[in-house]
Design a protein. Structure first.
Length: 185
């Protein structure tokens, strides 16, 4: 009985030096609901965008991870682009994104063939750096990664990072894009 209790308590703990527990391939299985998406984009080291989107009635996203190492995800969102209600200048922008592909978990790295759909289409060139994407010129992908920062039976936090640069008129701009996705069941 003591061994069973120790094993059960370790099943929910973080793995060694990472956010992914030892049994991450089993814990990730099933449906996850995105609660928050934080995006930070840097250009030449300076913050260009720092925004957080939260789930609501009009902003929803979810992902499902299957036993056969496939996944699918969908995101639906709507946002007011500005203006005033009295002037009638408000423009509602709606969007939808869906992705599907394969995944593997190695240590705390979640290797996916396409980015997960979010609460906004903010992952930028992440998919362009994937094995299934096509890099749009003049974007030069330096690196891309996704890391599990937390995974329990009820919480899942994923950190994406993409480093790329553009060369326009012989001027190079270096970008770093970070995305943090916070899921619950």
């Amino acid at each position: 009985m003591a061994c069973l209790l120790i094993g059960a308590s370790q099943a929910c703990q973080k793995g060694s030096n990472s956010g992914a527990p030892y049994n991450a391939p089993n814990l990730i299985l099933g449906k996850w609901n995105l609660q928050k998406q934080k995006t930070v984009i840097y250009a030449n080291g300076a913050v260009q965008l720092d925004t957080t989107c939260v789930a609501s009635f009009i902003n929803v996203s979810g992902a499902r991870f299957n036993k056969d190492n496939t996944f699918n995800s969908v995101g639906l969102w709507s946002s007011d682009t500005g203006g005033t209600n009295l002037g009638g200048n408000n423009t509602i922008s709606a969007g939808m994104d869906s992705t599907a592909g394969n995944y593997t978990i190695v240590n705390s790295s979640l290797n996916i063939t396409a980015s997960l759909a979010g609460l906004r289409n903010m992952v930028g060139f992440y998919d362009a750096a994937s094995s299934s994407g096509t890099v749009i010129q003049p974007v030069n992908v330096v690196s891309r990664s996704s890391r599990i920062d937390l995974l329990t039976s009820s919480q899942f936090k994923l950190h994406y990072e993409l480093v790329y640069n553009t060369i326009i008129n012989n001027v190079t701009t270096n970008y770093k894009e970070e995305e943090d996705y916070y899921y619950t069941r």
